[in-house]
Ligand binder design. Sequence first.
Ligand SMILES: *Cc1c(COP(=O)(O)O)cnc(C)c1O
Length: 251
Amino acid sequence: MTPPASHDIDPRTAEIAAGLRAVRERITAACRAAGRDPGEVRLLPVTKTFPAEDVARLVDLGLTEFGENRDQEAGAKTAELARLRPDATVRWHMVGRLQRNKARHVVRWAGMVQSVDSPRLATALERAVASARAAGERTEPPLDVLVQASLDADPTRGGCPLPDLPELADQIASSSELRLRGVMAVAPLGADPDDAFSTLAQAVDLLRKDHPAATELSAGMSGDLEQAIAHGSTWVRVGTALLGGRRLASP
Ligand SMILES: *Cc1c(COP(=O)(O)O)cnc(C)c1O
């Protein structure tokens, strides 16, 4: 991809570029504070509610992986991005709650599903991948998945309770259609993210004993990425700090 010439950069692109610089500086500083190599932590822009044009701007700025939290919105946006940037190779992550009846649609656009939180959802995804493969709609290797851990035992917010995580991980690891890559979590509202991510880190350590290839930890968002990096995050999922403008100075 050739980036646009500088005279083509519109104000929105400049705004997003400034957000990107600021987020990258935060990631680097957090890695330094934690004694980690900044190359171990990737940034996943979460583009929910923002138009495909903003994703195209992020592509022009060099990003290639994006997160979405709703199947319907993402399906339309991925198609729109393919029209806007036909030559770009991008990979989409589903990071939101997923109903089983959406599994067949999700596997058409998502390269990774980060929000697998129940055996029934894992089974639905496994069947969806198998039937997409049988129909010739899918030739890629197994679907990359993260198990989503619940850190607050609130079933309405999604996530698998920590005691049930090993069994869910075993199920995924034994499927030929799914590939267990690690764990995702969202810090509970109103809780100290440091405590939440510390609990998460312990669960992840335990899981890796049985699944050493499950190396990814998707944790940390705009408000708590520093704490997540301190506790071993390898993917930070950032929306508002990048695209929301709330943290940017007004023009
Ligand atoms: C929206 C969302 C994010 C990004 O949140 P921000 O606070 O805007 O950075 C991260 N993870 C998930 C699962 C989300 O739905």
